[in-house]
Design a protein. Structure first.
Length: 110
């Protein structure tokens, strides 16, 4: 099921560019048949419930962190990524973030 065409995404919907990218990646992977919307909803719900069980916020400021965790978990479960490659990519982004001057966009190196 494709989402209806609504034109460009209003950037104010997301607090950070990475959130829009994570959202778009989920839609793209679904459109490519990587998982169903039911699988996605179950994965996201599971991440939010696990956070609630740990006493962490399940929504608000942390919503897209749960979104990303659900995407990573589902990608591993479906064999879309290898655990080592995912861990290396996560660390590369964290390193790029730590070395990016305040107010500048974070760019992952080649």
């Amino acid at each position: 099921m494709n989402l209806p065409e609504t034109g460009p995404i209003d950037p104010r919907v997301f607090d950070e560019p990475w959130q829009a990218e994570a959202f778009a990646l989920v839609v793209h992977l679904h459109d490519r048949g990587a998982f169903t919307w039911t699988e996605w909803a179950d994965a996201l719900t599971g991440e939010i419930k696990a956070a609630d069980d740990r006493g962490e916020s399940g929504g608000g400021d942390h919503y897209y962190h749960h979104w990303l965790a659900a995407l990573e978990r589902l990608a591993l479960k479906r064999g879309l990524a290898e655990p080592e490659a995912l861990a290396m990519r996560r660390e590369a982004w964290a390193d790029a973030y730590r070395h990016t001057p305040h107010g500048q966009p974070v760019v992952l190196g080649a």
